[in-house]
Ligand binder design. Structure first.
Ligand code: AMP
Ligand code: TRP
Length: 315
């Protein structure tokens, strides 16, 4: 029996931290053996917020290196770039014509932007249509996303249903797969780890940087378990082991932090090394992306031909 199809997109948006890794990136590696996986770099989505040629190029290459370094295997995963496949934007237009403004005005991302009184560009408003096209071109069974993207996958599903109703059966209805048992990874201050809070541990940090971050974890002075240290530590060691260590070293925050530094280093060092290896040969990494895009193009163009046929524009 052929494997089920998984598809997801990642925005090229700067250096990942360990919250991104445990919250999102790692799942693609865990799932690559069980699914025929398609993971793409959503560069046209990123254009909403990133309007700088140099930064765009750097970010695309960086996200590619990040995903290769964490262990996405190009033999199992088709890694591609959204802007290489013009069918994404083409299909988004077709979806624009069957979707109403009031429907898109209910999307969280739009409502958030509106609440912040931002001058919203048309692309941001239409974002869910491009995302629907991203998904539906590849007929995936599942679309793993974080909680914040669930509504977008539901919009893709609605859009597929609507299109099928108007033009006949064309698209498979996708299911969102919400990354479960996923706790929010806390940052150095106990709040959600996030670049905007300045409380992160970068995933590919060098030893000294990890150490500096860990030493800056906020501890309370009650003398018990330093909960912010423990919360990060449990990503790297079993709770059984940790309970023993934290009992033995009760109140000795500095020593506990030193153990955490070593545990993070043990985990991160191989990923960091792998990333360095890949970054020595960028053309080779880009070849992987190019081959992925060529494979994705075949699938997307076939689906798009079916769309053109069903709407009546191919003669
Ligand atoms: P962002 O960096 O906010 O664009 O998020 C990219 C992905 O990482 C999304 O799927 C988020 O849900 C996930 N993510 C970001 N921060 C955390 C965190 N502190 N804990 C768990 N997951 C996170
Ligand atoms: N919107 C997603 C995010 O911001 C990225 C994305 C774009 C995506 N297209 C997709 C995710 C299609 C899953 C499927 O994280």
């Amino acid at each position: 029996m052929s494997k089920k199809v998984l598809l997801s997109g990642v925005q090229p948006s700067g250096k990942p931290h360990i919250g991104n890794y445990f919250g999102a990136m790692k799942q693609f590696v865990d799932l690559q053996d069980s699914y025929d996986s398609y993971i793409f770099i959503a560069d046209y989505h990123a254009l909403h917020s990133l309007k700088n040629k140099k930064e765009m190029k750097e970010n695309i290459i960086n996200v590619l290196l990040d995903y290769l370094a964490i262990g996405l295997d190009p033999k199992k995963v088709t890694l591609f770039k959204q802007s290489d496949i013009s069918e994404h934007t083409e299909l988004a237009w077709v979806f624009d014509t069957i979707t109403t403004m009031p429907y898109l005005m209910r999307a969280h991302a739009f409502k958030d932007a509106e609440a912040k009184n931002k001058e919203i560009d048309v692309g941001t408003f239409n974002y869910p249509m491009l995302m629907a096209a991203d998904i539906l071109l590849y007929s995936p069974d599942i679309v793993p996303v974080g909680q914040d993207q669930k509504q977008h996958v539901e919009i893709a599903r609605d859009t597929a249903e609507k299109f099928n109703r108007i033009f006949g059966d064309t698209f498979k209805l996708p299911e969102p797969m919400i990354i479960k048992n996923m706790e929010i990874v806390p940052g150095l201050d106990g709040r959600k780890m996030s670049k905007s809070y300045n409380n992160i541990i970068p995933l590919f940090a060098e030893y000294d940087e990890v150490k500096k971050c860990v030493m800056a974890i906020v501890t309370d002075s009650s003398g018990g378990v330093p909960k912010n240290v423990y919360a990060i530590h449990k990503l790297f060691r079993s709770e059984d082991e940790l309970k023993k260590i934290y009992k033995e070293k009760e109140g000795k925050y500095k020593e506990l932090k030193e153990i955490l530094v070593e545990d993070i280093e043990k985990f991160v060092a191989p990923l960091r090394e792998k990333r360095k290896e890949f970054s020595k040969d960028i053309p080779k990494a880009l070849e992987i992306l190019k081959a992925g895009s060529a494979k994705a193009k075949v699938i997307a163009s076939k689906k798009m031909e079916e769309v053109r046929e069903n709407i009546g524009v191919s003669l």
